[in-house]
Design a protein around this ligand. Structure first.
Ligand code: JFZ
Length: 456
């Protein structure tokens, strides 16, 4: 049965037409009707663009192993594959998943306290284990001693905290019989049998529909593991379509499509996902979110204590915001349901800074300055300057600033007003800055009567 396309063409600029391959595909006819209820990107992206900062959570059966197997200690969420753990052996972890200290409100509280606006949880990672009560498989929390649906509890807690709940979901699945390929090392222990990837799709789609309809107002579907040869362009299109049908305004990342294609064209999907890196000049014209670990692993690793410092992490958040992107900062919770102490410490440290300076991050857009001795963000008639190397002589040039601010103040001390100077050439700068209000990164606020102009 053919359903009617709901697209109101007038709602889209030409840009959206060119950028959205779904529109192109359906627009080209071929007898195929979109069943999708489209939602203008600018509308569905609004909260996400304002948010700027979110928490990534990698948690699953692998957290129980804490990165250790047969004397090696450098594994994490890839442990089943990398340590060649046979499926039957790995399955036995289900009987050990019992995070008795799990407190969803504590998790949401730490994200909120850090100044984050959303939380993206691994509902299923590559190992195939579902943290939610998935009616389509027994390989999920329902079969564990814990039994409780992690997604339900976290979703309720994020809602209570005023955060957006988002779901990470792996396309690649090392557990589902129909998913192919098998790992090359498990040819003997796990026969291909009559498996066919086409028979995996109803499971994938059903799981995604469940995640988008049985919980609250889900903000993002964050797919991953779409790079294997069995996954095709059409499968990616269909997966995107499934999301959009289930929840018209859900934001979908760019990892639904074949890997090479998504890197080359960044389509389909609503935002780009640079991993462990902040693009040098941002990604102009594209929404993007850098996902970054605090230490060297996504999933919990008991031996990895090499954490980035709070100043480093604040620097990354400022860098990302100044380039117009979001930062999705990762925590790998432990098997008992708590966060590693180092992560708790980093979140609190960032929160302390965000409490004073968060307005200069949330709801902002990229820096207007081409080259400057500071990072900056823009919000309406305001420019925020982030100064990490507070000038010893108390003077800070504002290279390229063309319009004169009505007022200059410090985010940490709103009644302290550095002096604005204009030299003989008309170049503006600040003097009499005094002492740095923040040892890590101080924010100077420039307020204008109209949107500020910065030239080369
Ligand atoms: C994937 C996962 O395999 C990994 O376990 C973790 O969940 C991470 C967030 O995503 O890993 C990737 C994905 C993309 C790239 C590298 C690793 N990439 O873009 O180079």
């Amino acid at each position: 049965m053919k359903r009617r396309n709901f697209v109101a063409a007038g709602a889209y600029g030409l840009g959206a037409m060119a950028l959205n391959p779904l529109l192109r595909m359906h627009g080209e006819g071929g007898g195929m009707w979109a069943t999708t209820v489209f939602h203008p990107a600018a509308e569905r992206m609004a909260w996400w663009r304002e948010a700027r900062f979110g928490l990534f959570l990698h948690w699953g059966l692998y957290s129980i192993l804490a990165g250790e197997w047969m004397g090696r200690t450098d594994y994490a969420e890839w442990i089943r594959n990398n340590a060649h753990i046979p499926i039957d052996t790995y399955d036995r972890l289900v009987g050990r998943f019992n995070p008795v200290k799990f407190d969803a409100d504590a998790w949401a509280g730490m994200a909120k306290g850090a100044g984050m606006k959303y939380v993206t949880l691994t509902t299923k990672h590559h190992d195939g284990f579902c943290l939610f009560d998935n009616p389509l498989t027994d390989f999920c929390v329902r079969s564990t001693p814990f039994r409780r649906d992690i997604c339900t509890e976290l979703n309720a807690a994020t809602e209570r905290a005023g955060l957006r709940q988002c779901w990470y979901h792996s396309v690649m699945d090392w557990h589902h019989f129909e998913y192919l390929p098998r790992r090359d090392w498990e040819a003997e222990t796990r026969a291909v049998g009559g498996a066919h990837i086409a028979n995996y799709l109803p499971y994938l789609h059903g799981s995604v529909r469940h995640l988008l309809t049985k919980y609250g107002d889900i903000g993002v579907m964050w797919f991953d593991g779409n790079w294997e040869g069995t996954w095709t362009h059409d499968m990616g299109m269909e997966l995107y379509d499934v999301c959009r049908q289930a929840k018209p305004d859900v934001i979908v990342n760019n990892r639904t499509e074949g890997w090479s294609q998504s890197v080359a064209t960044r389509h389909p999907g609503d935002f780009s996902t640079p991993e462990q890196t902040i693009p040098a000049t941002g990604l102009p014209g594209v929404d993007w979110e850098s996902c970054i670990t605090m230490n060297h692993n996504w999933g919990y690793n008991a031996h990895d204590h090499d954490f980035k410092s709070v100043p480093e992490l604040i620097g990354m958040l400022v860098d990302t915001a100044s380039k117009g992107g979001n930062l999705l900062l990762n925590v790998g919770p432990m098997a008992d349901g708590t966060f590693p102490a180092e992560s708790v410490d980093r979140l609190a440290g960032m929160g302390k800074w965000m409490q004073v300076n968060g307005d200069a991050i949330h709801g902002t857009t990229a820096s207007l300055f081409a080259k400057s001795p500071f990072r900056s963000t823009t919000k309406g008639n305001r420019i925020n300057l982030f100064v990490t190397d507070w000038p010893a002589d108390g003077a800070l040039p504002l290279p390229g600033l063309r319009t004169r601010p009505r007022s200059v103040s410090l985010a940490a001390q709103p009644d302290r007003h550095p002096t604005l100077n204009t030299d003989a050439t008309g170049a503006m700068g600040l003097t009499a800055l005094g002492a740095a209000p923040d040892p890590v990164c101080s924010v100077i606020v420039l307020d204008f009567d109209r949107p500020p102009v910065v030239g080369a």
